[in-house]
Structure formats: structure tokens, C-alpha cells
Design a binder for this molecule. Structure first.
Ligand SMILES: N[C@@H](CCC(=O)N[C@@H](CS)C(=O)NCC(=O)O)C(=O)O
Length: 220
């Protein structure tokens, strides 16, 4: 729930947009928000958490659950990455990262919903719990993962990005999780060889915005 900084006291942004982001190194949800900030060339201040198992007082003040990302914009405090990115899109519309047409916008949100409700939960199971599952459940999970990959591959036949040829919040919301899969399970990627999806990932990772995000996350 969004709360006002007036209720929480403290914290002042030090740049002209007054944007502060509470973040944590490689958090895929935080990467979404940072990508949007970089794509839009917005100056922002990052407050990097050292450890999410011991959240700082500063974070707890704006996120009692100790979750990142949280965006502070003037006296507005906003959690939830996919809501933050849409807020940024509406507040700072250039360059446009979501379609104007309501049907295309709905498609974009469907990708986000699919990522939250299907892809990410299966990815987490696959990354962390596969070996603990009974044989039957392992097979069911593998079949679902395969179908997720097919979904990417089928869509990317029509263009360079998830919404045809235009880079959008659909890509920004989904790619950090596909990236996790590509890093965590080389065996899976080799087995299913999702060529178009890997090209899509490379295309996004070679954007200046992504390079800037990574440079700030892992300074040289
Ligand atoms: N639905 C949230 C999820 C955020 C989330 O789970 N962030 C993780 C880090 S990647 C976190 O803060 N974990 C700490 C915790 O759950 O206590 C969003 O989209 O922003």
C-alpha cells in the first residue's frame, strides 16, 4: 500500500526529479524499476540494502515488510515493481514504454500477470526445489517449464520483443526472470535450446540502460 512520507518522517531526495529507490543488488524486481529509470534517463538516488535478511531501519520505515524495491517520489512512497514502473511511465512519459492502444496495453499486462502467477513460481520451484519433488511432480514441472519456453519462442517469431517490434514494459517485467533461468540452469537451456528467447535476452542486455543498471549494481 502506498503511504506518504509525511507519515514516516525522514528522507530527502537530492536530485531534481526527487526520485529515491530502495534496492538490493541483483533483485529482479528492482532491476525492472532501474531499467525504466535508465531508459527514461531520469536522475535518481539508490539506497542499496546490504542484506534483505537484516533490512535497514531506513527501508523498514518505508516498507514494514522489509521488501525492495520501494520508490520514493517527493512525499509519495510506492512499493511493487510493476506498479512502480507504470507509475514512472505515466509520470515521465518519454520515451514511451507502453502501448497507447488499450488492447496492446492489456496484452502487456497479461505478460506481467503470466510472469507473476505462472512463470516465476515455476522458475522458483525449478531453481530451488526440483530435486525435492516426487518423480511425478518433477515431470509435471518440467513439462510446464517447457511450455513456458515455448510461449517465449512462439511469441518472438513475430518480432524482436514480446509486443512485436517495440521494446516495452512487457519485456522489462519478464526478462529479469528469464535471465535468472538462463544463468541458474545451463542444463535446461542446453536441453531446450530456446534460440529466439536467448537472442531476445541478448538484445535487452545489450541496451545501454541495462549496462548502466549493471554498472551501478556491480561497479567496475
Ligand atoms: N511483488 C514485489 C516483490 C518484491 C520482492 O519479493 N523483493 C524481494 C527481493 S528480490 C524482497 O524484498 N525480499 C525480502 C523479503 O521478502 O523479506 C515486487 O514486485 O516488487
Amino acid at each position: 500500500m502506498a503511504i506518504s512520507l509525511k507519515e514516516t518522517g525522514k528522507l530527502v531526495a537530492d536530485n531534481k526529479t526527487n526520485l529515491i529507490l530502495h534496492s538490493y543488488r541483483r533483485c529482479p524486481f528492482a532491476i525492472r524499476v532501474r531499467m525504466v529509470l535508465e531508459e527514461k534517463n531520469l536522475p535518481y538516488t539508490v539506497i542499496e540494502e546490504k542484506s534483505l535478511s537484516h533490512p535497514s531501519m531506513e527501508l523498514l520505515r518505508v516498507s514494514p515488510e522489509g521488501k525492495v524495491p520501494v520508490l520514493l517520489h517527493q512525499d509519495f512512497v510506492l512499493p511493487e515493481s510493476a506498479i512502480i514502473t507504470e507509475y514512472l511511465e505515466e509520470t515521465f512519459p518519454e520515451p514511451q514504454l507502453s502501448p497507447s492502444d488499450p488492447k496492446n496495453k492489456a496484452e502487456m499486462r497479461l505478460w506481467t500477470a503470466w510472469c507473476h502467477h505462472q512463470f516465476k513460481p515455476d522458475l522458483d520451484l525449478y531453481k530451488y526445489k526440483l530435486d525435492q519433488l516426487a518423480q511425478q511432480d518433477q515431470e509435471a514441472l518440467l513439462a510446464r517449464m517447457q511450455s513456458h519456453i515455448r510461449k517465449f519462442e512462439n511469441q518472438l517469431r513475430y518480432g524482436d520483443f514480446l509486443l512485436e517490434n517495440k521494446f516495452s514494459l512487457a519485456d522489462i517485467h519478464v526478462f529479469p526472470f528469464f535471465r535468472q533461468l538462463s544463468k541458474a540452469r545451463q542444463d535446461f537451456m542446453e536441453k531446450f535450446n530456446p534460440t529466439l528467447s536467448m537472442q531476445w535476452l541478448d538484445r535487452i542486455q545489450s541496451r545501454t540502460s541495462f549496462e548502466r543498471v549493471m554498472r551501478k549494481v556491480e561497479p567496475a
